[in-house]
Design a protein around this ligand. Structure first.
Ligand SMILES: NC(=O)c1ccc[n+]([C@@H]2O[C@H](COP(=O)([O-])OP(=O)(O)OC[C@H]3O[C@@H](n4cnc5c(N)ncnc54)[C@H](OP(=O)(O)O)[C@@H]3O)[C@@H](O)[C@H]2O)c1
Length: 292
């Protein structure tokens, strides 16, 4: 019998595509769920099966999970995250999918409860997964370098300034490539040992230190400046409120954590903020300041 495909939702997004690329490189059959089949073909060529569909379309979900062995469950932050992810998980359970690896929220958005609408949504999905008759694991990555840190670096390159509500607040940033490596590990492992895994990079780095690292990479000064704490817009949409809550939690030091999960599972150190900054800054560092 041929090997059952691994289904990846959110496959065309920032993290999902890294997971798909790794599985394909390992020669694993992959099926991607997307509203944009052409985008998936552009990204992955003919190396993957494409299941066209929408999280809100149950028939397309049922068709996508048919014959699948394992599932990478990822969807964007939204007011519908719980509904969407439970619908995908239930469709997978009905199709006898053996394992779900979920991309969850950062641990500090989930524990302690009550601080984050995004964390509460991910926690509700995690609880649901634990009630299903299959192997499940929820990966809780700390803030990704490729999202907020990449924005901070881009801004510093153009303005020579870095703003933060608390310059001494630290973050145990994780590189999305390490999250993808752990996701693939958990998708392919013979068996799962944990229900949740709290993933971080190797170090806690403060905004003040990040400004110094960017300045060193650029070989010019970067000013580290405090800005007022972000207010949480009461009438904003779910994503804006969630992001404002992340900023407040980070400023209060909640993201300043590291774990040894990545080295324990992968047998190597996680990628560092210093390396990421050098990768991002290298093209800009070659351009004289007066041209930026
Ligand atoms: N950034 C961080 O620091 C961080 C930290 C911890 C956890 N997370 C979690 O990571 C997740 C976000 O991952 P990401 O940034 O990689 O996502 P992303 O880049 O925003 O990608 C979104 C993906 O979802 C798919 N999608 C959106 N709506 C869909 C729909 N209605 N039907 C089917 N597919 C749909 C899109 O596919 P198509 O457009 O092709 O249909 C796309 O592949 C969130 O759950 C977030 O809580 C992020």
């Amino acid at each position: 019998m041929s090997e059952q495909p691994i289904l990846v939702t959110g496959a065309t997004g920032k993290l999902g595509r890294l997971v798909v690329e790794r599985l394909v490189a390992l020669g694993r059959p992959v099926r991607v769920f997307t509203r944009r089949p052409e985008a998936a073909h552009t990204l992955f060529g003919q190396t993957v099966q494409v299941a066209a569909g929408d999280f809100g379309d149950r028939t397309s979900l049922e068709s996508a999970v048919c014959g699948v062995g394992r599932l990478l469950l990822l969807s964007p932050i939204s007011a519908r995250l719980v509904t969407v992810q439970i619908a995908v998980a239930d469709a997978a359970a009905a199709a006898n999918v053996a394992r779900i690896v979920k991309i969850s929220g950062s641990d500090w958005t989930i524990e302690p409860p009550g601080n984050s609408i995004s964390g509460a949504a991910h926690a509700a999905v995690e609880r649901h997964l634990e009630s299903l008759p299959m192997e499940t694991v929820s990966l809780r990555p700390n803030a990704w370098m490729q999202v907020s840190l990449a924005n901070t670096i881009r801004h510093a390159i153009t303005s020579s300034q870095l703003f933060a509500a608390n310059l001494d607040a630290g973050i145990g940033y994780i590189d999305a490539r390490d999250i993808a490596d752990v996701a693939v590990h958990q998708l392919l492992a013979d068996r799962l040992r944990d229900r949740t895994l709290n993933l971080t990079g190797p170090d806690v780095v403060s905004f003040r230190q990040i400004a110094s690292l960017i300045a060193a990479a650029l070989k010019r000064p970067v000013a580290a400046l405090e800005k007022p704490p972000q207010s949480v817009p009461e009438d904003g949409d779910f994503e804006h409120r969630a992001v404002a809550q992340f900023a407040r939690l980070i400023a209060a030091g909640h993201a300043a954590t590291t774990t040894d999960v990545v080295p324990t599972l992968l047998g190597r150190s996680p990628r560092t903020v210093t390396t990421f900054i050098l990768e991002q800054v290298a093209p800009a560092a070659a351009v004289p300041e007066y041209q930026i």
